[in-house]
Design a protein around this ligand. Sequence first.
Ligand code: MN
Length: 273
Amino acid sequence: ADRTRVKQILINLLSNAVKYNKVGGAVVVDCTASTAERVRISVKDTGEGLTPDQLTQLFQPFNRLGKETGSEEGTGIGLMVSKRLVELMDGEIGVESTVGVGSVFWIDLNVTGGPQHAAVATGPTAFDQTQVQEGTHLRTLLYVEDNPANLMLVEDLIARRPDIRLLSAMDGNSGVEVARASLPDVILMDINLPGISGIQALKILRADPATAHIPVVALSANAIHRDIEKGLEAGFFRYLTKPIKVNEFMDALDEALNFAYTESDRAKKGEKA
Ligand code: MN
């Protein structure tokens, strides 16, 4: 399974289990082998439970069970998105519920021996990028971003590019970790991140000989001139501001990829950059 997606799905199930619970209630997370080939992660709450009628509506678009208000922006994805993500990973999501006792939401995922691409069912999604023709030179882009909405938008944009594989990290420290482990061709970096900022993460990457050469494009809501200047001084390859403008984004990405390609070419020929 995809680590980021599983995390988003679990955050969705866990926040629901808390939100629809009773005062002094409990949430129990369990992980079992549902069959020899499948792992089941379940999230059990002690809330009011759901009627058969509510159960049938549960995974419908915009269903909010009457308790969620629109004000909790950025808290995560809905059940319908969770269902779609689980199914894109060839898994299954379900629920068992008893009125007055509580609900158990579960996801089943395939057991794998090692890293494996998700099977693609339908639709143009980020997972389509795994269907790359043999011989295509696959580039890796790492996106460090804590806002799931921005992450999903970039996933949609990158889904149009079968030559790019997208990795993601949700804070600066894990961004640095993923960069060191996967040595992406280009990094896209949010500035306001939990823990260390995008600028601090850039400095760490610059100081490490293994990652110093990777072009890092800033993508930030800080749009004032001084922030942009400061960002470029810190060593960002480009500094883009949110909201993301698709053409500008794609152009900057291509420039950074070309730069990365030229750099690796130089390195192969033993020239100095
Ligand atoms: Mn942010």
